[in-house]
Design a binder for this molecule. Structure first.
Ligand code: ATP
Ligand code: MG
Length: 357
């Protein structure tokens, strides 16, 4: 993950009414902003501030000075943006990624500010897991990856499979309070890395984001996308249990994955299903196969050739998985055994493909 960013954000505005809204947001997020009341001062701090908010009052003048492109630049206005002539044109010219209407979007901006002081904020590794066929072991592997990663730093298992058992149940976190999908309102704006990390049920470093009991609502693509983005900013590892069936919501997430794992039972039926899944699956991520061991298994190189993906790990049956899950301990019980070995190889592969075996 990146080093923590602790520098002060820049508020480039000479509008006292706007500052009256911005300053409390910064204070609430635990950051102290530097205020630049003119273009010269704003330009001096433009490239070094971790985040810049340009007031509608200064944005046209700043645009005329053509500042260098930078990330995390936003334009803020009191009231509605359309009331200002050419605000969007100037916002684009300064390279702003958003125009924030205050106080309406205060929540969004405070989350953005809060990420600046979050010691975990950075970019965690994202691993997607999908079963090549039903019951292949994808959810079990996703949860085991989360458990192992959770020992090194905050990890999150994100449940995107509405037909699954619920990753909180598999991890033994369903007895804890915390937020679920239905708490992440659609269009609620940016979710801070810290709020997500702290709000989900979590034990021993691993958290779960899933549906509440009885909630079978479909997951909007934007909610999943937003949650994975926030999770990635606030965790060392994010593992997404992906649905096998057609689902419009996975495309964007697959694109965000550092590694996509397809768990395959190397039987005739298992491989045939995996071939069909791989053909229909969105492209984008680096992907590989995890082979479960089955009697009379098809050879790994044949499976790889048929599916068109490399074999990253083979895994014999792990004794006691179901009992451990039933006891609320999660599937990964020891550092030894086939599951733990596969998980170690896969985490190394996800973090650094060059280093993996
Ligand atoms: N590595 C493993 N060793 C032993 N048993 C396993 C292993 N992985 C999964 N299982 C068992 O196989 C069954 C199916 O596992 P799991 O729910 O993880 O599969 P899945 O691919 O997610 O299934 P679904 O298609 O329902 O999403 C469970 O009973 C689980 O305990
Ligand atoms: Mg599953």
């Amino acid at each position: 993950m990146d080093l923590p960013r602790t520098a002060s954000p820049l508020f480039a505005t000479a509008d006292p009414a706007l500052l009256d809204v911005l300053q409390p947001l910064a204070a609430g997020a635990g950051v102290t902003a530097v205020v630049a009341g003119d273009v010269g001062e704003a330009l001096r701090r433009w490239s070094t501030a971790p985040l810049v908010v340009v007031g509608a009052d200064l944005v046209a003048a700043l645009a005329a000075a053509a500042p260098a492109r930078r990330e995390h630049a936003h334009v803020a206005t009191l009231g509605e943006a359309w009331q200002h002539d050419d605000l969007f044109r100037s916002a684009v010219a300064v390279g702003a990624t958003s125009v924030v209407e205050l106080p309406r979007s205060s929540g969004w901006l405070s989350e953005e500010l809060a990420d600046l002081v979050d010691p975990h904020a950075g970019r965690g590794v994202v691993i997607g897991v999908v079963g090549g066929s039903g019951g292949a072991g994808a959810t079990t592997l996703a949860c085991a990856l989360g458990q192992a990663a959770g020992r090194a730093g905050p990890a999150l298992v994100v449940d995107a499979d509405t037909h699954g058992p619920g990753v909180d149940r598999v991890l033994g976190l369903d007895d804890l309070g915390g937020i679920h999908w239905d708490d992440l309102r659609v269009g609620a704006g940016r979710l801070s890395a810290a709020s997500l990390r702290e709000a989900v049920p979590r034990r021993h470093g691993v958290g779960a984001l899933t549906w509440a009991t009885g909630d079978t609502a479909t997951l909007p693509a934007s909610t999943l996308q937003e949650a994975v983005a926030a999770a990635q900013r606030g965790h060392g590892a994010v593992v997404v249990d992906l649905p096998r069936g057609p689902s419009g919501c996975v495309e964007e997430v697959v694109g965000r994955c550092d590694l996509l794992l397809v768990v395959v039972r190397p039987s005739l039926a298992g491989v045939a299903s995996a071939v069909r899944l791989a053909a229909a699956w969105p492209r984008g991520a680096r992907a590989g196969l995890v082979l479960r061991r089955v009697p009379r298994a098809i050879a790994p190189d044949e499976v790889a050739a048929a599916v068109g993906l490399p074999v990253l790990a083979e895994m014999g049956d792990q004794r006691g998985v179901e009992e451990a899950v039933e006891l609320g301990l999660g599937p990964l019980r020891s550092a030894r055994g086939p599951l733990a070995r596969a998980v170690a190889v896969l985490l190394a592969e996800a973090a650094d493909p060059a280093r993996a075996a």
